[in-house]
Structures are given as C-alpha cells and as structure tokens.
Design a protein around this ligand. Structure first.
Ligand code: GLN
Length: 192
C-alpha cells in the first residue's frame, strides 16, 4: 500500500514517520504526476491559503480529481482544503467532504492547545494549532471524534478530515484508522 503525503509545505514529515512506523510505503508528493502512483493521500497542516497558491490552478484540478476518486485524509489546513464550504475568509475547497469549516475559529488567545477528546468513544489526546472549526456536517458525513460538543474528526466513505494534528501526539490510532480506510477502499476496487 503506497500512501502519499502532500509535501508542498507544513508538517508533512511527522506524517511520513508515523505512516512508516505503521508499515506503509510513503511517497512525499511534490509534483502532480506523483498522485497517479498512490493509493491514498494525506494533506497535512500548514496554511491553507498558501497551499492554494503553491498548487496553482493545474495542481488544484489534479488534486481535486484525486480526492474525488481515492481516499484522502486532511489534517487542519488539509481539512480546510477538503471541505465544500470555507469561511473566514471564503476560499476554494476541493469539495471531497460536505462540511462547512471556519478557519482560525478559536481566535488568537487560544492559538494552540492540547485537549482531551473522544475517538470512537475512547479518550484521546488532541493537539490544536490555529485550528478551524467544523460548523456543519452534511448528509453522509459521520463524526468519528469529538472534543466537547465539536466534531473534530469526520469522514464519508473515502475522505477523512481532522481539525487537530494526530501526527503530533504519540498515538498511532488515527493514522491506523486511515490506513484501514485505504485498505477497505482497495478491497472494494478489487471486487469490481
Ligand atoms: N490556520 C490554518 C489555516 O487556516 C490551519 C492551521 C494548521 O494547519 N495548523 O489554513
């Protein structure tokens, strides 16, 4: 199983290390054509506006095709990129997950924090850095983890997105969950 990590900016290397610890083969994706060769993609945290600039129109279109056909997991800025609707300010999204996300929703006072949430009903540490908030989840979007009353990890059949940074906690469960999602997508493809 080959997993790409979008490596244009942001904390892609922590994702690479975690995926390798879990036995996945990792490709750092710097060029659009590399998307042709992977089974799933992680879009890391960083600054979503900067990602849009670095991708350019062609890169955005290629990435959009990818996330609409294969599994992807966006963390923080990556979650913002995968959304259909983005606020504060409004910006383009890849539209793989029917959610509304508000950027930098916690204000400057709580720029970053470590909080405890629940993942599949088990307690888990969550690292938030200038985090967005998921304000709306559309039909077919399932909440997989919450912090207080806020959904912080959501999915549909092949797209996963978190407003926190699982790669910065010493806990492999969320990345394992994504690898399981990629594996089940591959199994489905093999049946067809
Ligand atoms: N605040 C960033 C944005 O709006 C996301 C922050 C992060 O990825 N840690 O894109």
């Amino acid at each position: 199983m080959k997993i790409g990590v979008l490596a244009l900016q942001g904390d892609f290397d922590a994702h690479r290390r975690r995926l390798e610890e879990l036995g996945a083969e990792v490709v750092l994706v710097k060029k659009p054509e590399q998307l042709d060769d992977i089974d799933g993609l992680i879009i890391p945290g960083g600054e979503s506006g900067t990602f849009l600039k670095l991708l350019g129109e062609k890169g955005f279109a290629k990435l959009k095709d990818f996330v609409h056909s294969k599994p992807s997991f966006g963390t923080c800025a990556g979650c913002i990129l995968l959304a259909t609707d983005i606020e504060n300010p409004k910006q383009a999204g890849l539209g793989a997950l029917d959610i509304t996300v508000r950027r930098n929703a916690y204000g400057r006072q709580i720029d970053s924090s470590i909080r405890d949430g629940r993942f599949l009903n088990e307690p888990i540490e969550m690292v938030f850095i200038r985090a967005p908030k998921i304000e709306r989840t559309g039909a077919g979007v399932e909440v997989v983890a919450a912090e207080g009353n806020d959904p912080v990890l959501v999915r549909n059949s092949k797209t996963l997105a978190s407003t926190f940074h699982p790669e910065l906690s010493d806990d492999p469960r969320i990345h394992q969950y994504f690898l399981d999602l990629v594996r089940s997508d591959q199994a489905k493809r093999a049946e067809v």
